[in-house]
Design a protein around this ligand. Structure first.
Ligand code: URA
Length: 242
């Protein structure tokens, strides 16, 4: 287990903005006082808060604040079709962080990542490494909401969700990230290269070593590539052993 540095507490919520008080002298005059706003100014809906400003707030959150913010998120259109958000699951002090793409139908219903067929394969892969859901590994997705009909994530959805995963990584401080599938890989590495060109060597995400591998759903359809995935897992494991 690596040394974990202390992380700052989440900043206090900003005070509501109030309209300035009218000077007393003015209130006593016979002429009507200027109209005062009676309610605090409502915060901007998440959808119109620029991504950079949202990211700044998310960057200081603790687990509770982050989880609450994700479950209330309306920053992109995916919020309209979801049953619930899928935050992530597992050991919050894990050495391993597995990052997938987005919740599918089962995950959307159960609120947990990788619970379908691909999840069973992922669990087997993890078992072969001596870890399991909740013991030594944390599992998260790039997107926290299900894209309708399991379509591919769109760039604005990935961009709006990115601060959440970045904060999860900062809180967990894993020793290795396993990025599974094209969307996880391309989003974490900010690359458009295919997996075949990126796998087989070590990358970094915000200072954390990252290994690229195939998505378990892809492996279910392309059994011969399981051998390559096993090589990727061994590369990742070698980082922890080194
Ligand atoms: N595929 C993913 O990438 N993530 C899940 O949670 C389920 C399927």
């Amino acid at each position: 287990m690596g040394v974990r540095v202390f992380l700052p507490e989440a900043p206090a919520a900003p005070e509501p903005v109030e309209a300035p008080e009218a000077p007393e002298a003015q209130i006593e005059q016979a002429v009507p006082a200027p109209v005062r706003a009676e309610r605090p100014v409502a915060p901007l809906p998440a959808a119109v808060i620029p991504i950079a400003a949202r990211a700044t707030g998310v960057d200081g959150m603790d687990w509770d604040a982050l989880e609450r913010t994700v479950s209330a998120c309306t920053a992109c259109k995916l919020c309209r079709g979801r049953t619930q958000t899928v935050f992530g699951v597992g050991d919050r002090q894990a050495d391993w962080l597995v990052v997938g793409e987005a919740p599918g139908e089962n995950e959307d219903l159960q609120g947990e990542p990788f619970v379908g067929q691909a999840g069973k394969l992922l669990d087997n892969m993890l078992r072969s490494l001596g870890v399991a859901r909740g013991r030594g590994v944390y599992i998260a997705n790039v997107l926290k909401c299900r894209p309708p009909g399991n379509r591919n994530p769109e760039p604005d959805e990935v961009a709006q969700c990115e601060p959440f995963l970045r904060r999860q990584v900062a809180l967990i401080q894993p020793r290795i990230i396993l990025a599974m599938g094209r969307f996880a890989v391309q989003s974490l590495l900010q690359s458009s290269d295919p997996i075949g060109r990126l796998r087989g060597r070590l990358h970094q995400y915000n200072g954390v070593p990252l290994v690229v591998t195939y998505h378990p759903a892809y492996l279910l359809r392309n059994l011969p590539d399981k051998a390559k995935a096993w090589a990727d897992l061994c590369l990742a494991r070698s980082v922890l052993q080194g």
